[in-house]
Ligand binder design. Structure first.
Ligand code: HEC
Length: 400
């Protein structure tokens, strides 16, 4: 019953998270498009009012006329629309999901027993939880310091972008060494997503509040506030595509479960940013297909890097597939610690996902599923029972 309720909470949180993220990212993509689509105002009176650009659009059976002011209109309306709850809701629901999915059972989901670093492979669940939180917080602190130190006046933003890109390579590498592949992808995405939300919370919104306050008091707003908001929201723009990929990667074990998972992650991060750049330029009237072409190139490279090694099933070619004894042996060695009616593994009081392999009938009845999860390396979970590639090949060659 308890597991059922946790699953239900998981579903509801995920629903909220996806909806909030769609609303936030959708709005953010819309505003970047709007900003880049602005053209000089046609009417002289608009220019006199301080309008710097405008866009006409048609949507949902209506015509819209957006105008952007260079500084601010002479009189700021009181019912100004602000955007921040979408960002905060996305982060809060995402964090809650991480807690109930990963931190409740860190021994399985976070600790990487195959880590090349002995201390990481031997972490306790609590240590892994603390490390994961420190990783998220540390990611934000480092990113924020880079922004503040490298381009405090927004005049070295190019250099800053390079520094942030290097930082993401380091984050991808460290995460895959310290945590399970699945958690590493999620946490690297979460480092970016946390930076995005924190940019809104700590810089963009407070800056806008100071600007509005100054204008209402009849003072000139500090131009640095506007520029800084822009700097951070530009970063957010390039983070969006990679973050979404890393968040959905959880369902595709082939991209996170091999030795070069961090390289695959880096390729996807850069591919996402390059593809985003194409759309940013396109809305400004510049079509540069080289960006997405290069992005697609990186994705193809990722396909190649992540491809399963095609070692032929060890000496089995043409011969008969493995027999019942061989399969049962492998399942007993690698799966039943968890997948049994009374799992030996202390972390479970019932078979995970309701799947038990107590009898040959049960094993046979779930053959297709077993082959699929073993070939994709989704199971054994976190490869806790150290299943080798040769053993996986035997499962793959199992016919009946
Ligand atoms: C350390 C514990 C553990 C071991 C060992 C393990 N599993 Fe799992 N398995 C789980 C958990 C937990 C789930 C639930 C899915 C999840 O949380 O990712 C699961 C889910 C599954 C599923 C359902 C997948 C789905 O799509 O929902 C199958 C099938 C499966 N395991 C097969 C196996 C096989 C075959 C082995 C041995 C090669 C194995 N498992 C070893 C813990 C384990």
């Amino acid at each position: 019953m308890q597991a059922y309720l946790i699953d239900f909470v998981n579903l509801l949180l995920r629903w909220l998270h996806v909806i909030a993220a769609i609303a936030w990212i959708g709005e953010s993509i819309y505003f970047v498009m709007l900003d880049n689509s602005l053209r000089s105002p046609k009417a002289e009176e608009d220019r006199e009012k301080g309008v710097f650009g405008e866009m006409w659009s048609v949507h949902g059976g209506g015509f819209y006329h957006n105008q952007k002011y260079a500084t601010a209109p002479a009189k700021l309306p009181n019912d100004l629309h602000w955007s921040f709850w979408k960002a905060y809701t996305t982060w809060l629901s995402g964090f809650a999901l991480f807690v109930i999915l990963y931190m409740v059972n860190p021994g399985f989901y976070l600790v990487n027993p195959n880590s090349p670093w002995e201390w990481a492979a031997n972490m306790t669940g609590w240590q892994a939880n603390v490390l994961a939180l420190a990783f998220l917080l540390g990611g934000w602190v480092v990113y924020n310091e880079l922004c503040k130190r490298i381009s405090p006046n927004m005049d070295r933003d190019g250099l800053l972008s390079i520094a942030v890109a290097v930082m993401m390579i380091v984050v991808a590498y460290l995460s895959t060494q310290m945590f399970t592949g699945r958690a590493a992808f999620l946490l690297t995405g979460a480092v970016m997503a946390t930076a995005m939300s924190a940019n809104v919370f700590f810089w963009i919104i407070p800056g806008q509040r100071r600007m509005v306050k100054a204008m209402k008091a009849g003072d000139a707003p500090n131009p640095l506030d506007g520029k800084r908001g822009k700097q951070r929201s530009v970063h957010n723009t390039y983070f969006t595509l990679p973050v979404v990929l890393l968040m959905v990667s959880n369902h595709y074990s082939f991209i996170y479960s091999h030795g070069l998972a961090w390289v695959v992650m880096v390729l996807f991060i850069f591919a996402g940013a390059l593809i985003r750049q194409f759309f940013v330029l396109m809305h400004a009237g510049k079509t540069q297909p080289a960006y997405p072409a290069f992005g697609v190139g990186l994705i193809l490279l990722a396909v190649w890097v992540a491809a399963p090694s095609s070692s032929s099933p060890s000496g089995n070619e043409g011969a008969q597939g493995p027999d019942q004894a061989q399969i049962t042996g492998l399942i007993e060695q690698h799966c039943v610690q968890c997948h049994a009616r009374n799992p030996e593994h202390a972390g479970f009081s019932a078979p995970p996902a309701g799947i038990a392999f107590d009898s040959w009938d049960e094993i046979l009845g779930q053959k297709a599923q077993i082959q699929q999860v073993v070939a994709s390396r989704y199971m054994p979970l976190g490869n806790m029972t150290n299943m080798s590639d040769d053993e996986r090949d035997i499962i793959a060659a199992w016919e009946e």
